[in-house]
Design a protein around this ligand. Structure first.
Ligand SMILES: Cc1ncc(C[n+]2csc(CCOP(=O)(O)OP(=O)(O)O)c2C)c(N)n1
Ligand code: SF4
Ligand SMILES: [Mg+2]
Length: 465
């Protein structure tokens, strides 16, 4: 009886409760390759430390099948994710599984650079010479003359270039430890593929570095062939362009080198010994959400950052999420800030409690998003908007105050003074001022001038709001 590989889940309940069937078509190479990996993972005793990165493509649902850790990546990004996982989890065995569209086209640079860095993961590259999942478009590996939905008269090198030989390209690099091309078209070739999978995973188990295996793999459905003819196509046509064999095996020369990327704590990354305390859970603190918006160059991102820094100094949990156009000056700019008494679930703010508006386009874009009970504080030189039920709308002369203080660029600081005066951020003023001063650490001359703008704005707001 053929035994199920224990590297697979007993039943594929994420697909359909109780099913043992994969979604692959009859004669598809993915199913065979999945099985080889599942068997090797179990046999090598690495299953409990293996993380499998699934691609976008027909193998996207690998996370239904393998009984190990799994991350599903966006199209082409599996090698980048595998880099992150293997660096963050030294000692883990990381597998990046990618198709020829995924790795050879949209994600080629990710894969190439990871190979060049010699990242610690096994990359399994499934070359079926086509974009299968999306219905059979040309892939970088499509053969000359091969018909696909986007090359209905056959691939023409004049228009579409030549088939990309990924193994040969990677073999120009210094770092990879192992590179082999195999096929899953018949039993003899599958046995060789099995050895290659094991070798690549042993290299991971032993911490020796980057391993790459390319599989020539049939796709009967998109090739419009029966499984037997598909297997023949692999052997008779694909192998001529993509010769099988081991291009490189330096595993014997390599001593195990555990991933030596330093593991830094957040405080090591962002600055040890910074003032302030670690965030503490405080159920009594009501979470506050802000949106600061205007043109690039008005300092809306800096304004949000000062609030975020002040929140950090006050021991609150905080997130700051900027969004801006490509222009250095004049494009749109906004940032979202969440200040909380517990870990922030999402840094995006779709319905701010407090909206600060410094430009007309920002007013048009965000005014209607302010949640009922919220506040919009806007630059008073902008046209007055229609009132909205349940939303306080405050015109604030930020530019005028900053201009009269001879620091016209500090309108953002004026808003900071207004928000503090109105108690809209709920943060102690000492932390707000410390964060404001710190934001000018590189330009100490501006500290006093911004303090003056802040103070004037604070007083104006206390008297007028
Ligand atoms: C960013 C992005 N662009 C395009 C797509 C559409 N898309 C899904 S799968 C795929 C091609 C997959 O081909 P391949 O990597 O060869 O995998 P196969 O299905 O052949 O195994 C494309 C273009 C997508 N999901 N995401
Ligand atoms: S479409 Fe092709 S690659 Fe996708 S599951 Fe079917 S045979 Fe396999
Ligand atoms: Mg493909």
């Amino acid at each position: 009886m053929i035994k199920r590989a224990t590297g697979f889940n007993e039943t594929f309940d994420r697909r359909e409760k109780g099913t043992k069937a994969t979604h692959y078509c009859p004669g598809c190479g993915h199913g065979i390759i999945n099985k080889l990996i599942a068997e090797a993972m179990a046999d090598l005793g690495i299953q409990d430390r293996t993380v499998f990165v699934s691609p976008v493509g027909c193998a996207a649902f690998c996370y239904y099948y393998f009984d190990c850790g799994n991350v599903a990546g966006p199209h082409g990004r599996a090698s980048a994710i595998a880099t992150g996982v293997s660096r963050a989890l030294p000692g883990s065995v990381v597998i990046s599984y990618q198709g020829d569209g995924d790795l050879g086209a949209i994600g080629f640079n990710n894969a190439f650079q990871a190979a060049n860095r010699g990242e610690h993961f096994a990359c399994f590259f499934v070359n079926n010479s086509i974009y299968a999942m999306t219905g059979g478009q040309m892939a970088p590996t499509t053969l000359i003359g091969q018909k696909t939905t986007t090359t209905p008269f056959g691939r023409d090198p004049v228009k579409e270039g030549y088939p990309l030989k990924v193994c040969e390209v990677l073999n120009q690099l210094q770092a990879p430890v192992y590179i082999e091309r195999v096929s899953v078209a018949d039993t003899k070739r599958i046995m060789q593929a099995k050895k290659a999978v094991r070798k690549a995973l042993e290299i991971q188990r032993d911490g020796k570095g980057y391993a790459f295996v390319e599989f020539l793999s049939p796709c009967p459905t998109n090739w419009r062939m029966d499984p037997v003819t598909s297997a023949e196509f692999v052997t008779e046509s694909m192998e001529k362009v993509f010769p099988l064999g081991c291009l490189r095996d330096r595993s014997a020369e390599h001593a195990p080198v555990p991933n030596q990327i330093p593991q830094l704590t957040l405080s090591q990354l962002f600055g040890e010994g910074r003032e302030g305390k670690a965030a503490e859970v405080d159920p009594a603190f009501k979470e506050k959400s802000f949106k600061f918006s205007g043109f690039g160059g008005q300092g809306v991102l800096s304004l949000g950052l000062v609030i975020a820094e002040a929140a950090g100094l006050a021991g609150r949990f905080v997130s700051w999420l900027p969004s801006y156009g490509p222009e250095q000056r004049g494009g749109y700019a906004s940032c979202s800030v969440v200040v909380s008494g517990h870990e922030v679930g999402s840094p995006t703010v779709d319905d701010p409690e407090v909206l600060v508006v410094m430009s007309q386009p920002a007013m048009e874009k965000y005014y209607h998003t302010v949640r009922p009970g919220g506040v919009m504080v806007y630059e008073a030189s902008l046209p007055c908007p229609e009132p909205r039920d349940g939303v306080r709308v405050l015109a604030f002369p930020a530019s005028k105050i900053a201009g009269e203080s001879r620091t016209p660029k500090a309108a953002n600081t004026a808003f900071l003074g207004a928000l503090t005066a109105m108690g809209l951020h709920g943060l102690p003023e000492e932390h707000v001022l410390a964060a404001l001063d710190a934001s000018f650490a590189a330009k100490p001359k501006l500290v006093e001038r911004n303090r003056k703008v802040y103070q004037t704005a604070f007083e104006w707001s206390t008297n007028n709001f």
